[in-house]
Design a protein around this ligand. Structure first.
Ligand SMILES: *[C@@H]1O[C@H](CO)[C@@H](O)[C@H](O)[C@H]1NC(C)=O
Ligand SMILES: *[C@@H]1O[C@H](CO)[C@@H](O)[C@H](O)[C@H]1NC(C)=O
Ligand SMILES: *[C@@H]1O[C@H](CO)[C@@H](O)[C@H](O)[C@H]1NC(C)=O
Ligand SMILES: *[C@@H]1O[C@H](CO)[C@@H](O)[C@H](O)[C@H]1NC(C)=O
Ligand SMILES: *[C@@H]1O[C@H](CO)[C@@H](O)[C@H](O)[C@H]1NC(C)=O
Ligand SMILES: *[C@@H]1O[C@H](CO)[C@@H](O)[C@H](O)[C@H]1NC(C)=O
Ligand SMILES: *[C@@H]1O[C@H](CO)[C@@H](O)[C@H](O)[C@H]1NC(C)=O
Length: 390
């Protein structure tokens, strides 16, 4: 019995001596370089097995992984282009060269998660601005602290017979910004922005974000868009034209709508005649329209809704000048009988009688906002009326 105990203790001692198990000074650690554990398909990373306090000893390495790609028996494993099959836990251990049995424990696992190439989400501080105001762009990635730099782009129209364009980097961002936001000062007209993120060396690039637009309804002297008739809502089959005016011979009208991911010019949803676009109103639509010239100018933008419903509100599409009078009216396609017509301003009833017209004799800034009308339980869409200082 005494011998047996001594034997167990002896074995334990021998074990400790040979394998360094119990309180062995050498510990294996897996490191990942760069050290973010969420990596993206196509990124370059290095997995390394480090022996703490390994000294001058020569080591051999062994890896264990739950991924389908087993690293070779080296301390360093370069993956030049990560794929989904690299996802998993990685452990390693070291064994002293030439000594058959002296090895470290398996390291703690490091978890590698491989995701699809990310697409940042671009937001703008405001979609509608007054001319000359500043706008803040924000480019969001899932983990903004993980070494990303941000690149900012603006679309530059180039018209030459056809509608096509390219993107230019915003000033001072050619090598990316560390900040995930960018301020554009003195935004003068309608513009389209995109962003992208990149990290690592060589740089790994995210997809480009979807576009965000910044519009102005302010009419500036050099170039403008006018709508005829000047109103925000139309019935399908109404005749609607948009004219571009300014110091350019080559104009096109562009529209952006929530249903259409890409921009289209007049040739796809209307007919261009000189610098005027006649909208095809066969189908309902809800979009923002503006003009762009061959030399890169753009104009004020207007919201235009084409309705196949029964009622529309006639309200000006362009801003109304403070102090001027304005008349909003409600129109029904079908026959109507005298009854109450409700006019709403920002969801509050402001006129409730038999009149189909709402007159404001001297518009002030407080009249700005959304308007709609309602009659016999049917309602028009709502439209924004903007008020511009004198
Ligand atoms: C990654 O490495 C950087 C610098 O090399 C360090 O500042 C940061 O704390 C590390 N992050 C983690 C999660 O280890
Ligand atoms: C991994 O890449 C680094 C730097 O690119 C290089 O110095 C090293 O030799 C590579 N290691 C292996 C095992 O290929
Ligand atoms: C266009 O409509 C949006 C909401 O749909 C509104 O916020 C914006 O002010 C409108 N712009 C103009 C110029 O009417
Ligand atoms: C209009 O264009 C002409 C020729 O390109 C130029 O000389 C003139 O200064 C421009 N006028 C304005 C108001 O921009
Ligand atoms: C283009 O507009 C002009 C005048 O504005 C008009 O006379 C002409 O008929 C129009 N052309 C077409 C094809 O509609
Ligand atoms: C409309 O006016 C009538 C009579 O003046 C009033 O009884 C009713 O509450 C009003 N309705 C709304 C929604 O304001
Ligand atoms: C509104 O004003 C127009 C003139 O601008 C006038 O013809 C009309 O009678 C007015 N309507 C109402 C309901 O006051």
């Amino acid at each position: 019995m005494g011998h047996a105990l001594l034997g167990v203790l002896g074995l334990f001692w021998l074990n400790t001596l040979l394998y360094g198990h119990a309180e062995g000074p050498n510990k294996a650690v897996v490191t990942l370089q760069p050290n973010w554990t969420e990596v993206y398909r196509g990124e370059r990373i290095t997995l390394r097995c480090e022996i703490k306090d390994g000294g001058d000893t020569e080591w051999e390495y062994e890896w264990r992984t739950t991924s389908s790609e087993k690293p070779s028996d080296q301390n360093e494993h370069n993956i030049t282009s990560v794929t989904g099959s690299h996802s998993g836990d990685y452990r390693c251990k070291g064994r002293k060269t030439h000594t058959q049995h002296s090895s470290t424990d398996w390291s703690d696992p490091i978890k590698l998660t491989v995701s699809d190439r990310p697409q940042p989400v671009l937001t703008v501080s405001s979609s509608w601005l007054s001319a000359g105001a500043s706008v803040t762009l924000n480019c969001r990635v899932k983990d903004p602290s993980a070494g990303w730099r941000f690149y900012w782009y603006k679309r530059v129209p180039r018209l030459s017979g056809n509608f096509y364009y390219s993107y230019e980097q915003l000033p001072g961002s050619s090598s990316g910004t560390e900040q995930d936001s960018y301020i554009v000062h003195g935004q003068t007209h309608t513009a389209e922005y995109q962003c992208r993120a990149g990290r690592g060396d060589p740089e790994y690039q995210s997809y480009t974000s979807y576009s965000m637009y910044v519009w102005t309804s302010d009419i500036h002297s050099s170039a403008s868009l006018t709508e005829s008739p000047d109103r925000a809502q139309h019935f399908t089959s109404d005749s609607v034209s948009l004219s571009c005016e300014g110091n350019s011979t080559e104009w096109t009208v562009i529209r952006s709508s929530p249903e259409e991911r890409y921009l289209f010019d007049c040739s796809t949803w209307g007919t261009m005649n000189g610098s005027t676009c006649n909208i095809n109103t066969d189908w309902p639509s809800d979009a923002v329209y503006w003009c762009e010239s061959g030399s890169g100018e753009s104009t004020n933008a207007v919201n235009i809704t084409v309705q196949d419903g029964d009622m529309i509100l006639l309200s000006p599409a362009r801003p109304v000048t403070e102090g001027h009078s304005v008349s909003l009216s409600c129109i029904s396609r079908s026959q109507t009988f005298d009854s109450i017509v409700f006019f709403y301003h920002n969801e509050k009833v402001i006129q409730n009688d038999s009149r189909w017209e709402l007159n404001i004799s001297a518009v002030s800034k407080s009249d700005e906002g959304f308007y709609k009308c309602q009659h016999s339980g049917r309602e028009s869409a709502q439209s924004w009326m903007s008020v511009q200082g004198e």
